[in-house]
Design a protein around this ligand. Structure first.
Ligand SMILES: NC(=O)c1ccc[n+]([C@@H]2O[C@H](COP(=O)([O-])OP(=O)(O)OC[C@H]3O[C@@H](n4cnc5c(N)ncnc54)[C@H](O)[C@@H]3O)[C@@H](O)[C@H]2O)c1
Length: 308
């Protein structure tokens, strides 16, 4: 297959691109940034520098390349970024995605795997939550995700697009670009530095190891007939920050890590809403995908990769 990956230079887009190339698919990598890659031949990988807010650029790529499907990872990412510039995030995450849908419509490209987020749910009302949990996002990042999901349904009904939304919990692993848990904890532990996270010891959050995320994307991409357009993608278990620190201490015994009580705060500023585990049974049953990494296995793999 030939797959167009938006945001292909980012944490998740790059991981998905590597996996597609490794299994022999051709990739059209679309991103504002571009890097030199050595893992693909020119016939297998086309890199296009472009901005998803530019409809004509997307339409040209789509009409020229005619991919079989799209994996949509380009976005302004993170709750804090969305607060700094809500207009910009709406422009990129919502308007940019509409451009993508329009370009797909023009070129008759049907399937799009959209990387949505658990932030679309807002505060979890139960634990765990399934895909039928109400969407009540509270901040622009999650509001954009919910809006894109709904716009995807409009394009399905009006134009026959098939937009599959993966509501992903916090992804971690080698390459995580943001200064947040567990990256900051593991890096401090391996560098022999002390790190105190001011809040969040008891906040329970579901974290997804990057390899599980990639496997879920490929499973959704390859699935012949989707009965649903939304799947939770997570480990299925929530871990508190205190538990995470305990696990890291067993992996890096001299780690000097600690966390204060109270809810975790994004960037030590914005208090997170109530979270918990995501029920991943729909993806298990429908896609035949299951997370392989619980928190301990994921942190082990992450530490191993950084040590390498
Ligand atoms: N990382 C996570 O924990 C997580 C969790 C849930 C959902 N998601 C979603 O997964 C997707 C990928 O996240 P990530 O962690 O790889 O983020 P990232 O910031 O590492 O990558 C995003 C990529 O999009 C590109 N991009 C941004 N604006 C663009 C534009 N206007 N035009 C073209 N490219 C643009 C960036 O250059 C970057 O390479 C996003 O939609 C994000 O919301 C991520």
């Amino acid at each position: 297959m030939k797959i167009l990956v938006t945001g292909a230079e980012g944490f998740l887009g790059a991981a998905v691109t590597r996996a597609l190339l490794a299994r022999g698919d051709a990739v059209v990598a679309f991103d504002m940034r571009s890097s030199t890659r050595s893992d693909a031949t020119a016939s297998q990988l086309v890199q296009m520098a472009g901005d998803i807010t530019d409809l004509s650029a997307l339409a040209c790529v789509m009409l020229e390349q005619r991919p079989d499907a799209v994996i949509h990872c380009a976005a302004i990412v993170g709750v804090l970024s969305s607060l700094g510039s809500p207009i910009h995030i709406v422009r990129v995450n919502v308007e940019g995605t509409l451009n993508l849908f329009e370009a797909m419509r023009l070129a008759n490209v049907r399937r799009c795997i959209h990387i949505s987020s658990e932030e679309a749910y807002g505060a979890f009302r139960t634990d765990p939550i399934g895909e039928t949990h109400p969407l009540d996002p509270v901040l622009p990042y999650g509001i954009c995700k919910a809006a894109v999901e709904q716009l995807g349904r409009t394009y399905r009904d009006l134009h026959g697009l098939e937009v599959i939304n993966l509501r992903t919990s916090w992804v971690y692993g080698p390459g995580l670009p943001r200064d947040r848990i567990p990256k900051n904890l593991i890096e401090a532990a391996l560098a022999g530095e002390a790190l105190h996270v001011p809040n969040g010891a008891d906040s329970a959050i579901d974290h997804t190891y990057v390899d599980d995320f990639v496997a879920a994307v490929l499973a959704a991409l390859d699935h012949r007939e989707h009965r649903f357009d939304v799947y939770n993608v997570a480990s299925g278990k929530a871990t508190t920050l205190a538990q995470m620190i305990d696990i890291i201490r067993t992996l890096v015994p001299d780690a000097r890590l600690s966390a204060g009580s109270g809810p975790y705060r994004h960037g030590n500023q914005i208090e997170i809403v109530r979270k918990g585990a995501l029920d991943v049974s729909r993806a298990k049953i429908e896609l035949g995908w299951a997370p392989r990494y619980d928190m301990r296995a994921g942190l082990e793999a992450y530490v191993r990769a950084l040590r390498r």
